[in-house]
Design a binder for this molecule. Sequence first.
Ligand SMILES: [Zn+2]
Length: 86
Amino acid sequence: MPLVTCADCKTEHSDEASACPKCGKPNTPASKKKTSPIAMVGAILFGLFIVLCLGFMKVNADANNEEEVRQINHEANKFADEQMNK
Ligand SMILES: [Zn+2]
């Protein structure tokens, strides 16, 4: 189990203890609840960031493919024109 440091006397004790064994300062689970949503929001934002990055990369890849296809079609048309003009 993880240890927490008492804010008052800096004694390390289990985070599952309801109060600091040395000075008796209540080990407020509220402080734990305060940090976890922030961490969760951070994780969600990070996830969204990754998704956006992947989406952006996908859009770029699609654009590149389209450009490639256009170039191949252009070459094919040129080839066809050359064949017809022979
Ligand atoms: Zn303490």
